[in-house]
Ligand binder design. Structure first.
Ligand code: NCD
Ligand code: ZN
Ligand code: ZN
Ligand code: ZN
Length: 350
């Protein structure tokens, strides 16, 4: 079976400032091993990509150092609202963080949010980390300023239902869900400890069932929210000498497990292979107006059974919350712009 080169609209590649966790080369190698040939990377780096200058430097490096196409979102910050017109012309989207999560970017209060929505004079989407009441705030801003918004990593029943209501009213709202919120629950969070901790936190069985009920309707994209942190940063360096750290950073890697998990779910009849293509290719490209990649595809053996991972992980953090999971559906080959870049467990362009 063959898919077009897939798109992950939510990854953290940690450059600049967090290169011990991931960099453009290792992150894009993980992407190819996972069947992704286009990435939208997040601006919560060090420094964050909140000024045109910092964004441009990082975007140039992304182009030079990555093994696939990488586009960087701009980050909204109250101190740099003056930068938004230039960023709106150049970046594919703006990211606003309304809740606490990893990194320094945060927007608090109605006044800065108003000014940010007014200054983003573009049809390009505003992507938001918006949990709980912040989600209602985000949808209200979209309605008031007539802007396309994209809600990141929706994880709760009430939240996916609110987004369904907003869409039914014709509001310009799209959303993504992560594989970890579709395949793991609070019980896994207990078992995994810091390796099962991310924002939003894993939900209840009821949350998961609600997300699956919306898989063919309200959910526009599946995005990995690939958020690599080293085992040392998580307080788990060397399994025997684990030193618990005070506040391990939230986030889990996902580029290499996303497609295998979805292929496994399709094998089990929980969604169709056509729907996978809509969630990982058609809708992401439409929402973010991403360029076409000629002669680019992913070959999968949808019947092949194995224990994940079927190759040494390419992400620099070197672990996955899905290690040991039984998967049906293997990525056998990835071709990018006419070149074979991944085959039989090996990225060929590193
Ligand atoms: C992300 C990270 O590590 O950058 N962490 C996470 O838990 N999801 C930040 C984010 O996406 O909110
Ligand atoms: Zn400024
Ligand atoms: Zn987030
Ligand atoms: Zn994220």
């Amino acid at each position: 079976m063959r898919f077009p080169g897939l798109v992950d609209v939510h990854v953290h590649l940690r450059t600049p400032g967090g290169e011990h966790k991931e960099n453009f080369r290792t992150g894009s190698a993980a992407a190819l091993a996972g069947g992704f040939t286009t990435l939208l990377a997040m601006p919560n780096t060090q420094p964050p990509l909140a000024s045109y200058k910092d964004w441009r430097i990082a975007q140039t490096r992304a182009q030079e150092e990555s093994l696939c196409d990488v586009f960087l979102m701009a980050g909204a910050s109250e101190a740099h609202i003056d930068e938004l017109p230039a960023l709106a012309q150049n970046a594919p989207a703006l990211k606003i963080y309304l809740n606490d999560t990893y990194g320094p970017l945060r927007v608090e209060g109605i006044e800065p949010l108003r000014r940010i929505f007014q200054s983003w004079s573009s049809d390009k989407p505003i992507a938001l980390h918006a949990e709980g009441d912040s989600l209602a705030q985000a949808i209200a801003m979209s309605a008031i300023y007539d802007r396309n918004i994209h809600i990141c990593h929706v994880a709760r029943k009430a939240e996916i239902e609110l987004i369904a209501d907003a869409k039914a009213r014709g509001l310009k709202v799209t959303c993504e869900v992560t594989p970890h919120h579709l395949f793991l629950t609070e019980a896994d969070a207990k078992r995994l400890g810091p390796l099962g901790d991310m924002r939003p936190r894993l939900g209840t069985q009821e949350d998961i069932e609600a997300l699956w009920r919306h898989i063919n309707t309200t959910i526009d994209c599946i995005a990995s929210d690939h958020a690599p942190h080293t085992l040392a940063d998580k307080g788990l360096a060397g399994k025997l000498e684990a030193i618990p750290v005070e506040d391990p950073p939230p986030g889990v890697p996902g580029l290499e497990s996303t497609l295998p998990l979805l292929l496994t779910a399709a094998h089990e009849g929980r969604l169709t292979y056509d729907r996978i293509q809509e969630l990982l290719y058609t809708n992401p490209r439409r929402i973010y107006a991403l360029p076409e990649q000629p002669q680019t595809w992913v070959d999968v053996d949808e019947k092949s059974f194995y224990v994940f991972p079927d190759h040494p992980l390419y992400t620099k953090c070197g672990w996955s919350p899905f290690e040991g999971r039984r998967m049906t559906g293997r990525i056998t080959r990835v071709v990018l712009k006419g070149n074979t870049v991944y085959q039989d467990g090996k990225v060929l362009s590193v």
